[in-house]
Design a protein around this ligand. Structure first.
Ligand code: AP5
Length: 214
């Protein structure tokens, strides 16, 4: 199964991509995680991406598209994958469609997580991430067992740099201008599945599984 996960920042793409990856045994590919891992390791890609990420802007396509398309050619993607955070504009969506079509392939579904902006702002202000392993929490809906300490690895849990309120508002603007149009692109291809992501995490996941089937 080859899936694209769409939705604004904070819609729950990372949360549900991990669950879907476990449920269906497919690889979770998050462009945001790839950039953050590069930044942590001090690679040239990470340092270039940081400027854009800190500002809440999109990293340029020339740094992003080939990176993802190369990743899809790795052997572990043969059984399927879920793309979280890619594509993020029309050029990336078209590049993905072209690359898959060249191999006689296509995605199975574009899962569109819908949530109002006000809910997003609330969610992002409460999100905390582990600075060591990247695990994601929320101070109200998914707290760590010990405050400030990651359940998984014991690392410190912090506010993500681009979750500062002014940066979140800019990320939402960028989403509406550049990413939301690709919902229509996938709808026209007959691939869009809309999911109400304002429900609890478990209800959203149930709806995703119901839409995809066992
Ligand atoms: P990226 O890491 O992809 O960030 P994003 O899309 O803004 O998404 P988030 O990770 O912020 O949110 P999410 O939807 O994964 O929600 P989550 O599950 O964490 O990208 C970061 C940056 O990298 C971009 O700004 C850009 O600069 C760059 N980039 C990445 N891809 C790119 C591309 N293709 N092209 C160019 N640039 C690119 O949930 C959020 C919080 O809410 C958590 O605390 C969670 O616990 C909680 N939560 C989730 N669901 C629920 C629920 N149903 N109820 C209550 N709480 C919930």
């Amino acid at each position: 199964m080859k899936l694209v996960l769409l939705g604004p920042p904070g819609a729950g793409k990372g949360t549900h991509a991990k669950r879907l990856s476990d449920r269906y045994g497919i690889v979770h590919i998050s462009t945001g995680d790839i950039f953050r891992a590069n930044l942590k390791n001090g690679t040239p890609l990470g340092l270039k991406a940081k400027t854009y990420m800190d500002a809440g802007a999109l990293v340029p396509d020339e740094l992003t598209t080939d990176l993802v398309l190369d990743r899809l050619n790795q052997p572990d993607c043969e059984n399927g994958y879920i793309l979280d955070g890619f594509p993020r504009n029309l050029a990336q969506a078209e590049a993905l469609t072209r690359a898959l079509a060249a191999a006689g392939d296509q995605i199975d579904a574009a899962l569109n997580l819908t949530v109002d902006d006000e809910v997003i702002v609330h969610r992002m202000s409460g999100r905390r991430v582990c600075s060591v392993c990247g695990a994601s929490y929320h101070i109200v809906s998914a707290p760590t067992r010990v405050p400030g300490v990651c359940d998984r690895c014991g690392g410190p849990v912090i506010l993500r740099a681009d979750d500062a309120p002014e940066t979140v508002l800019h990320r939402l603007e960028v989403y509406h201008e550049q990413t939301e149009p690709i919902v229509g692109y996938y709808r026209d291809l007959g691939k869009e599945i809309q999911i109400d992501a304002a429900q609890t995490v478990d209800r959203v996941f149930e709806d995703l599984v119901a839409a995809l089937g066992e």
